[in-house]
Design a protein around this ligand. Structure first.
Ligand code: FAD
Ligand code: COA
Length: 413
């Protein structure tokens, strides 16, 4: 594994930086103020080929790696968090699940949408199933060749702007027996029974709506069922495996926000004078800036390692442990770095006339969305201990019962 970027990757990052530091930077405060989806930025991202970069070339994409997409994400997020998130969802999460698990026609459909600028929505969380996502109650009941989906999701990023939706639902056969968890594709505007509910008034990342998405007898034809490779029985594990790509992407948005805050703090510290000297000459601030640089380098190395693990771990997606470690570290690092960078600005840091309070508000999200820092520690612990760590009250008892049943079956064979 090499951490050196190739000439091509350096060129890609330079192109991303050019767009990020001009149009995206110019729009950032306005996007935050108006809370409107940045369609101008989306058009520029699409024209630059940054939407659907990870889509294979035969489907019209650039066939780029998750690492390469994340180079673009970091640049965008260092000026505008919502724009970084659009690049994440235009290359990771739902689109990568469809590219790797979908049929040819599903791949074609999804590729065409993201290459035209759509940021797909991934619908997992429900009002009573957040961290406990596997306890979701949205159900897909088999009817003939297809399924009827009913239920309610909330906090869906892009609700009302995204067209393609990947919906996680509990699957039931016609006789009412439960089959597991599957993924179902629907296009807003075409699918009847997919409704957008209330929008959350959020602390930060205000350019992208977070809404409820409600399914009322949503008809999913057979060709819109995203069948996980191991079938519905282990469908949840397969879908979460694909989701590891988005966890690395979310960590990279946090990294970008922190990197943007640091860049501003560094420039301001050289410019601002107190006591007749630039404040950068005070050791108290020098050490703060040095600490920020250390944290950023460490976070970037960890996320790059996580992104590079895709395809090297028997899976086309980043390794679950590295993705969780990367997101924990970077999301917590971003809280500290954006707060310290705001401090360097003094009162100006607290003013909405400067970007520092926006970067800090935006960064606040990443220890929550996409798996909280607490739940991701459980993911890491389960893997380093090589032990299932059920979180329900009767989880360990159920595991023991299952082990006994398996042993009895084995003995009987
Ligand atoms: P809860 O699960 O209720 O957790 C509350 C608190 O309890 C947290 O601190 C949590 O860490 C802690 N906790 C819970 N269980 C445990 C445990 N076992 N051990 C230790 N601590 C625990 N979801 C989607 O499906 N699609 C999206 O596009 C999407 N976008 C989002 C965008 C934003 C801006 C945000 C904020 C959220 C988004 N989410 C999305 C939802 C997000 O994934 C959930 O918020 C997250 O999984 C946590 O669920 P919750 O909010 O219900 O918190
Ligand atoms: N990558 C790969 N596999 C994963 C995974 C991931 N990120 N998360 C879970 N799995 C697999 C588990 O390994 C397990 O497989 P196994 O049976 O072979 O051990 C299976 O999925 C079920 O996971 P488990 O941890 O036993 O499930 P649980 O019922 O205790 O649920 C989670 C815990 C997975 C829901 C919880 O850890 C989680 O990730 N919550 C956050 C949800 C989230 O990120 N939402 C974001 C919405 S945008």
């Amino acid at each position: 594994m090499s951490f050196d970027l190739t000439t091509d990757q350096l060129g890609l990052r330079a192109r991303a930086r050019e767009l990020a530091s001009t149009l995206v930077a110019d729009n950032a405060a306005e996007v935050d103020r108006t809370e409107e989806y940045p369609w101008d930025n989306v058009k520029a991202l699409t024209d630059a080929g940054f939407m659907g970069m990870t889509v294979p070339k035969e489907l019209g994409g650039a066939g780029r790696s998750f690492l390469e997409a994340n180079l673009v994400v970091e640049e965008m997020a260092s000026y505008c968090g919502p724009t970084g998130r659009i690049v994440v969802e235009g290359n990771m999460g739902a689109i990568s699940a469809i590219i790797h698990y979908g049929t040819k026609s599903q791949q074609r459909l999804a590729a065409d949408l993201v290459l035209a600028g759509d940021k797909p929505a991934i619908c997992i969380t429900e009002p009573d199933a957040g961290s406990a996502a596997s306890l979701m109650t949205t159900r897909a009941d088999k009817r003939g060749d297809g399924y009827i989906v009913n239920g309610k999701k909330h906090w869906i990023t892009g609700g009302g702007v995204s067209r393609l939706h990947l919906i996680f639902a509990r699957v039931f056969d016609e006789d009412g027996s439960e089959l597991g968890i599957g993924g179902f594709l629907a296009i807003r505007g075409e699918a009847k029974g997919l409704h957008i509910g209330a929008r959350e008034p959020t602390m930060g990342l205000r350019g992208i709506p977070e809404t409820e998405v409600i399914f009322e007898d949503l008809e999913i034809p057979a060709d819109m069922v995203l069948m996980p490779p191991s079938g519905f029985k282990r469908g949840f594990a397969d879908l979460m495996n694909a989701y590891n790509s988005q966890r690395v992407g979310a960590g990279t948005v946090a990294l970008g926000l922190a990197a943007g805050a640091y860049r501003n703090a560094l420039a301001f510290a050289k410019e601002r004078e107190q006591f007749g000297r630039p404040i950068a000459e005070f050791q108290g601030l020098q050490w703060m800036l040095a600490d920020m640089s250390v944290q950023l380098e460490a976070a970037r190395a960890l996320l790059h390692k996580a992104a590079l693990s895709a395809g090297h771990n028997g899976s086309p997606f980043p390794d679950a442990t590295l993705a969780a470690q990367g997101k924990i570290f970077t999301s917590e690092m971003a809280l500290k770095v954006t707060t310290d960078a705001l401090q360097v600005f003094g009162a100006r840091g607290y003013s909405r006339n400067y970007p520092m309070e926006r970067l800090a508000r935006d960064a606040r999200m990443f220890t929550i969305g996409g798996g909280t820092a607490q739940i991701l520690r459980t993911v890491v612990a389960s893997r380093i201990l090589e032990q299932k760590l059920p979180q329900t009250r009767d989880g360990f008892a159920q595991l023991a019962e299952q082990a006994e049943r398996d042993a009895r079956l084995e003995a009987a064979e």
